[in-house]
Design a protein around this ligand. Structure first.
Ligand SMILES: [Fe+2]
Length: 383
């Protein structure tokens, strides 16, 4: 029996064109001045402007911080804090992919509590109240909109710090599936695989509990049945909506169940070889499913049972092997690498990568113990 403490901290407002309600929702939270955090790609397709227009209609003064880069660094956050200090916001809006939402959370930590980003590395380090935040995700991936962690990289060392605090949770996740239709195909692929990994990893961790399982299972059902559809048909709004909801459900699951060995193995690939997160996760996920399947066979079958109403899904009796093969087929269909050498990973580097993976916090939640030698074997399976 695993004790748990579950509270959904984020109100979820879902539907096509809900971005036009941003002003009304910000008003409900009492905001008269807003800083919106976004990135140049999202601004270029007009989503940020739609949000700003909605804020203006509600009589809210808003200022756009457009300096977010992919995998935001402490430099991005510092610039955002300086920007916020000039405009004295009462609410922050993160509008964009996980990078924009995480950067807005990072800005919130420093703006509300002072200090440096590394002071908040870990869980629950903010002592003062934080500004309310609304997230409007334009990708279906990280689930940052429904969990309390910000991933911010140290600008000098590139070390990724996971900074989590319940006060950093968004007050509202504004899910407008139309905002996700403009994702470039590669972003759809990378973020989709990441979300699928979140659903699968959270379902089997040591921290999983009856409520997190509900979210993991529904996330898996939505994502597994619709990922192929959005790859084939990027304008399929129903499939986009299912992906967006699936990614947000997976975010709730992460908050309550943490992640596992796939993410522990993926992070060193990103740090050492610059392999983007979704691709690194896709390279390792099938091997971790097979490895965990020796202990969690029944749990993976439960997931296959949940998704069995979708066309083309593996049957529950195909077990972890069938699930791993299916995930590998999705990775290949998405045009991502399925073997480490395809991304120039060298065999002689594997022990070093495994040593790094063994230091990743997320690996401690994996249902099967993973020490350095086990992690090395998992890299070898992906070679
Ligand atoms: Fe991830």
């Amino acid at each position: 029996m695993v004790p748990f403490d579950f509270q959904l901290r984020t109100r979820i407002v879902f539907g096509p064109d809900t971005i036009d309600r941003l002003g009304e929702l910000a008003s409900e939270l009492g905001a008269r001045r807003v800083v919106m955090v976004s990135d140049p790609g999202v601004i270029a397709v007009g989503h940020a402007q739609r949000g700003l227009d909605a804020l203006q209609r509600a009589g809210i003064a808003s200022h756009l911080f457009e300096g977010v880069h992919e995998n935001p660094t402490t430099d991005d956050v510092d610039r955002g804090v300086a920007f916020a200090k000039r405009h004295d916001p009462e609410l922050l809006v993160g509008l964009g992919g996980g990078s924009s939402i995480d950067c807005a959370k990072g800005i919130n930590f420093l703006y509300s509590n002072g200090g440096e980003m590394k002071d908040y590395w870990g869980v629950g380090k903010a002592l003062k109240p934080m500004l309310p935040m609304i997230a409007a995700p334009t990708t279906a991936g990280t689930g940052s909109e429904t969990q309390s962690f910000a991933l911010i990289s140290d600008a000098k060392t590139h070390f990724k710090m996971a900074c989590g605090d319940k006060k950093a949770s968004c007050r509202i996740a504004l899910l407008d599936p139309k905002l996700t239709v403009t994702q470039p195909p590669r972003v759809t692929a990378l973020t989709g695989i990441d979300a699928i990994a979140h659903a699968l990893e959270t379902y089997v961790t040591k921290r999983r509990n009856p409520v997190s399982r509900l979210y993991s299972r529904e996330a898996w059902r939505l994502l597994a049945g619709n990922f192929g559809r959005v790859l084939d048909n990027p304008d399929d709004l129903d499939a986009r909506a299912a992906m967006q909801l699936g990614a947000s459900c997976a975010g709730v699951a992460i908050e309550n169940s943490m992640l596992g060995a796939t993410h522990a193995l993926a992070n060193p690939l990103t740090a050492t070889y610059g392999i983007v997160h979704g691709e690194a996760v896709g390279l390792m996920l099938p091997h971790v499913i097979r490895f965990n399947g020796e202990k969690c066979d029944l749990w993976y079958r439960e997931l296959l049972e949940a998704s069995s109403d979708n066309n083309g899904m593996p049957k529950p009796n195909s077990g972890p092997e069938g699930l791993a093969d299916f995930v590998a087929s999705l990775v290949a269909k998405a045009g991502m690498a399925t073997r480490l050498p395809e991304r120039q990973v060298e065999r002689e580097k594997l022990p070093e990568l495994a040593a790094d993976a063994a230091t990743q916090w997320t690996g401690t939640f994996n249902p099967r113990e993973v020490d350095e030698s086990e992690l090395l074997r998992l890299y070898e399976r992906a070679f």
